[in-house]
Design a protein around this ligand. Structure first.
Ligand code: ADP
Ligand code: MG
Length: 796
C-alpha cells in the first residue's frame, strides 16, 4: 500500500539496510528491545521507520500496532530533515501521516503514523503519560551520541516496556475471565528500537539493571569505500581555521571533482570560513576569465597570487599517508560521539551560567616553530603528565616517513587512480574549461543555529561544474548524511559545553575530539566512492592526545534538572535509576542539596508541590524557582499594572537567562546569500585567526560601536539580564525583527528562540496559575511608553 516515487525506489536499492529488512522486522516482532548498529548513511534513520510502517505499525487498521511510530533525534537539525525525507520517500504528506515536533515548532496531524521529534520532546511526554499509550514503537536514534535526554529515555523506556507488558498481561487475564474491554482501552506491548552509528553499545547490553535479557544487536554491514587518511606533519594549535581554508583551496585546485566537508567547532568559524571560501572562489573565477590563470600556469604560483598563501608550507605540512588498516592500529572504530556542541536540547540542563568562555588553542604559540617539542607542549598544555609527554615525543619523532618505515609501518604505494598521485602532473596541466580549476565552489554552512530552511539546502543538487563545500560543526558527524562527499577536512576540534562542579559554572570550550569522532568524520568521505580525509593535526596528536571515546554528556552536566525530572515521575530513589552511565554519586548528592535549597524537595528528599510545579517548566530549576517566586509575590499585589509588569519581566528574564547572550561582539560574516536569507553570526570569540582582513576589522569596529550603543539603549544598571529582557521586549514590538537585530547588533535566531520561549513560559504560567490572578494577567508587556512609565514608577 506504499507507493514511492521512482527515483526513491532506485536509490533505496543501494542502501545497505534494505537487505536487512526481514532480519530487522523478525527481531522486532520477537523481542521487546532491539539494537541496530550501522555506519552513518546506511539508511537507519530514513528506512527503519518505513519498515515498521509497512509492517502495519502506526496503522489505524491494526489493533495491536495502531499506536504511532515515534522516532527521536538528539538534534533538531535532523528532525525536520528526516521527517521531510521520509514523507517524500513514502509519497505521503509532511504534517499528516508523517509529522514532526521540536521545541516551539510542530507539524503533525491527528492521523499521524510516524512522528519525528527531539529526545527532549519525548521526555516531556513520558512525564505526562508514563505508559506512552499513543505509541506502538519508539525508536531512539543516535544512541551512541549519549545525549543526556537519550540516556534518560533509555533508562525510562526499559521500565515503560515492562509496565506496558504487565498491563497487557493483566488485560489478557481479564479477557480470559470473560470481561469485555473496549478497543480504545486496550493496551499492547511497546517495542523499543535503539539505533547507533557505532557498535559501542556494551553500556546498554551489559547493564543488567537496564534489560533483564540483553537485547539482540543487529549489525548492518556497510560498503564503506576506502578513505585515505592524511595527517599533517605539524599541528597548528591556533589558526586551524586558516589551515582548513588553505587545505580546501588546495583540494579544489588540484584534485578531481567531489564534495568537500570541513569540520570546525562553531557557528562563527563556519560563517567566517564560508565567507573566505566564497570570496576565494569568486576571485578564482574572475582571474580565470581575465586569463591571468592562463595556460600552463603552475598551481603553486596561482595559489600565491590569490591569497598570499604560501603553498609550499602547506604542501610540506602534508602528508604522512596511512591507509585504513594502519590507522586501525591506533584506535578502534567503535566509538562514542559526544554531545551536541550547540545547545539545542528541548529540556534544559543548565546551571544558569551565561558565560560562553571559549578557549582556543594554547598559550604556547608554535606557529613558526619547526621543533616538534613545542608542538607537543602546545598541544598537551599543562594538564598532561610527563609520561604522556614522553610518549608523545617518541611518537612524534617517529612520525616522518623514514622512521615510519623503519618501524615496519610501511607507507602504502598509491593506487593507480589516487588523486594525490596525479597532483604533480596536474600542477603543470593545461587549464581547460572542465578542469577543476575553473569550477566554482558552492559553499554551504551547516550548524545547529542555522535556520532550518538554510540547513536543508545542503541536500540540494549541485550544478555541473560546481564543487560542493560544506563547512559544518559536528552536526554533520553522524546526524546528517550529505550526498557526494569525497574529501573530509578535519580540524580535530569541537566546541563542548563543560561543567565545572567546583563553581557550578558551565563554559564552552574548544577541545580535541575523540579518536572515535575523528574516525566517524573520516567515514563521511567514503560513502559514495573512495575518499580522502585530511587531518589538520599530526598522527602523534591522534595517537597520544585524542581520547579513545568522549564521555557521556551526563557525566559533564549539573544533574539537578535530571533529578527533578525523575522525582516528578515518582522515581524517588534516583541513585537506583538505570542510567546507561550513572552520574557520579557526589553529583547526585549535590543536586539533592541544591533542590532542597530551592525547596523543590523536602528534608527527606521528597518532591514538594513547589518542586512539582518547577518540573513543568523547560528551564533549569533555579530559573523556574525564580519565576514561581515572582508568581507568588505578584498575585498578592494590589496594583495590577505593576503586578503584570513585574510578572511580564520575570518571564522575559527567565527566557533571557535560558539562552546565550544575544548581543553580538564580533562581526561574523553576516551576509545575504543567493537565496536572500540572512545568516547572522552570533556572539562567540574566534580569537585565533590572524588572517582577519582589513575589511572585517573595520566591520568589527563598527559592530562593537553599534553593540555599545545598543547596550546603552536597553541598559538596566542593576542587571545584565534585565537589559536583555528589555531588548527582548523591544524586539517583540519592533516592526521588522530582522532590521531591529541588525540595527542593535543582536543575534536574530537567539532573539527569535528567546521570544518563543517567553511565549511558551507565559502560556505555562497562564495554564497553571491564570485562575489565581484576580484580573488575569496581560499577554504582552504593554507598549514601549507604558513600560517605560511603569518601569519608572516601579523603580521609584
Ligand atoms: P543513517 O541514519 O544510517 O545515517 P540515513 O537514513 O540518514 O542514514 O540516510 C540514508 C541515505 O539517504 C543517505 O544516502 C542520505 O544521503 C540519504 N538522505 C537522508 N536524508 C536525506 C535528505 N533529507 N535528502 C536527500 N537525501 C537524504
Ligand atoms: Mg541517522
Amino acid at each position: 500500500h506504499v507507493s514511492r516515487p521512482g527515483e526513491v525506489e532506485k536509490k533505496r536499492k543501494d542502501l545497505p539496510i534494505i537487505m536487512m529488512e526481514q532480519e530487522i522486522m523478525e527481531a522486532i516482532n520477537e523481542q521487546s528491545t532491539v539494537i541496530i548498529c550501522g555506519e552513518t548513511g546506511c539508511g537507519k534513520t530514513t528506512q527503519v521507520p518505513q519498515f515498521l510502517y509497512e509492517a502495519g505499525f502506526g496503522s489505524k487498521h491494526s489493533v495491536v500496532r495502531n499506536g504511532v511510530i515515534g522516532v527521536t533525534q538528539p538534534r533538531r537539525v535532523a528532525v525536520l530533515a528526516t521527517a521531510r525525507r521520509v514523507a517524500f520517500e513514502l509519497g505521503l504528506h509532511l504534517g499528516k501521516e508523517v509529522g514532526f515536533q521540536v521545541r516551539h515548532d510542530k507539524r503533525i496531524g491527528d492521523d499521524c503514523s510516524i512522528k519525528f521529534m527531539t529526545d527532549g520532546i519525548l521526555l516531556r511526554e513520558v512525564q505526562t503519560d508514563i505508559l506512552l499509550k499513543r505509541y506502538s514503537v519508539i525508536i531512539l536514534d543516535e544512541a551512541h551520541e549519549r545525549s543526556v535526554n537519550t540516556d534518560i529515555l533509555i533508562g525510562m523506556l526499559s521500565r515503560v516496556i515492562r509496565l506496558r507488558q504487565n498491563k497487557y498481561e493483566q488485560q489478557q487475564k481479564m479477557v480470559l475471565s470473560g470481561q469485555t474491554l473496549s478497543p480504545e482501552n486496550m493496551i499492547f506491548p511497546l517495542k523499543l528500537v535503539l539505533m547507533s552509528a557505532t557498535l559501542r553499545v556494551e553500556d546498554f547490553i551489559s547493564e543488567r539493571r537496564l534489560f533483564h535479557d540483553p537485547p539482540p544487536v543487529i549489525n548492518v554491514p556497510t560498503r564503506q569505500f576506502e578513505v585515505k587518511v592524511h595527517f599533517s606533519k605539524r599541528t597548528e594549535t591556533v589558526d586551524y581555521v586558516g589551515q582548513a581554508y588553505k587545505k580546501v583551496m588546495s583540494i579544489h585546485k588540484r584534485l578531481p571533482p567531489g564534495g568537500i566537508l570541513v569540520f570546525v567547532t562553531g557557528q562563527r568559524e563556519v560563517e567566517y570560513l564560508c565567507q573566505k571560501l566564497r570570496k576565494a572562489s569568486m576571485e578564482l573565477i574572475a582571474n580565470t576569465a581575465k586569463g591571468r590563470v592562463g595556460n600552463e600556469v603552475p598551481v603553486m604560483s596561482e595559489m600565491v597570487s590569490i591569497e598570499g598563501v604560501n603553498m609550499k608550507d602547506i604542501n610540506e605540512a602534508f602528508e604522512t599517508q596511512l591507509t585504513d588498516q594502519q590507522t586501525e592500529r591506533f584506535g578502534s572504530h567503535d566509538e562514542d560521539v559526544p554531545d551536541s556542541v550547540e545547545d539545542e536540547s528541548d529540556v534544559t540542563y543548565d546551571s544558569g551560567s551565561e558565560s560562553e568562555v571559549e578557549i582556543v588553542g594554547d598559550e604556547v604559540d608554535i606557529e613558526d616553530s619547526k621543533t616538534s617539542e613545542n608542538d607537543v607542549v602546545g598541544v598537551l598544555g599543562e594538564k598532561s603528565s610527563l609520561a604522556s609527554l614522553k610518549s608523545a615525543f617518541e611518537a612524534l619523532a617517529g612520525e616522518n616517513a623514514s622512521e615510519c618505515k623503519s618501524k615496519g609501518n610501511q607507507i602504502p604505494s598509491l593506487p593507480e587512480d589516487c588523486p594525490e598521485q596525479s597532483k604533480y602532473s596536474m600542477e603543470k596541466k593545461t587549464v581547460g574549461d572542465k578542469g577543476p580549476f575553473t569550477s566554482s565552489l558552492r559553499v554551504m554552512p551547516l550548524y545547529a543555529m542555522l535556520p532550518a530552511v538554510a540547513q536543508l539546502r545542503v541536500f540540494d543538487e549541485v550544478k555541473e561544474g560546481e564543487r560542493l563545500v560544506v563547512v559544518a560543526t559536528n552536526v554533520a558527524e553522524t546526524s546528517l548524511t550529505i550526498p557526494g562527499i569525497t574529501y573530509v577536512v578535519d580540524t580535530g576540534r569541537e566546541k563542548v559545553k563543560n561543567y565545572n562542579p567546583s563553581n557550578g559554572m558551565e563554559a564552552y570550550e574548544v577541545q580535541w575530539i575523540s579518536k572515535a569522532s575523528a574516525d566517524q568524520r573520516k567515514g563521511r568521505a567514503g560513502r559514495t566512492g573512495p575518499g580522502h580525509c585530511y587531518r589538520l593535526y599530526s598522527s602523534a596528536v591522534y595517537n597520544n592526545i585524542l581520547p579513545d571515546f568522549s564521555c557521556a554528556e551526563i557525566s559533564k552536566v549539573p544533574v539537578d534538572s535530571i533529578v527533578l525530572v525523575l522525582k516528578s515521575m515518582h522515581i524517588d530513589k534516583v541513585e537506583k535509576f538505570p542510567f546507561p552511565t550513572p552520574p557520579e554519586a557526589a553529583a547526585l548528592v549535590e543536586a539533592e542539596r541544591c533542590l532542597k535549597t530551592l525547596e523543590a524537595l523536602d528534608n527527606t528528599g521528597r518532591l514538594t508541590s513547589l518542586g512539582k510545579a518547577m518540573a513543568c517548566y523547560p528551564m533549569s530549576p533555579r530559573h523556574s524557582r525564580m519565576l514561581l517566586t515572582v508568581i507568588q509575590v505578584t498575585r498578592k499585589m494590589k496594583n495590577h499594572d505593576i503586578a503584570n509588569l513585574v510578572l511580564g519581566y520575570a518571564v522575559a528574564t527567565a527566557a533571557a537567562l535560558s539562552m546565550s547572550n544575544p548581543f553580538l561582539k564580533h562581526f561574523e560574516g553576516s551576509h545575504t546569500d543567493s537565496n536572500g536569507s540572512e545568516q547572522d553570526g552570533r556572539s562567540s570569540s574566534l580569537g585565533s585567526n590572524k588572517i582577519l582582513d582589513k575589511q572585517e576589522k573595520i566591520k568589527n569596529k563598527k559592530l562593537r560601536e553599534t553593540a555599545k550603543l545598543s547596550r546603552a539603549r536597553f541598559s538596566n544598571s542593576t542587571s545584565d539580564t534585565l537589559t536583555v529582557a528589555y531588548a527582548l521586549h523591544c524586539f517583540e514590538l519592533s516592526k521588522s525583527p530582522v532590521e531591529f537585530c541588525h540595527e542593535n547588533a543582536l543575534h536574530l535566531k537567539t532573539m527569535e528562540e528567546m521570544s518563543k520561549l517567553r511565549k511558551q513560559l507565559l502560556q505555562l504560567v497562564f495554564n497553571h496559575h491564570g485562575h489565581e490572578f484576580e484580573r488575569g494577567f496581560s499577554w504582552t508587556l504593554g507598549t514601549m511608553e507604558d513600560v517605560e512609565q511603569a518601569w519608572r514608577d516601579f523603580v521609584q
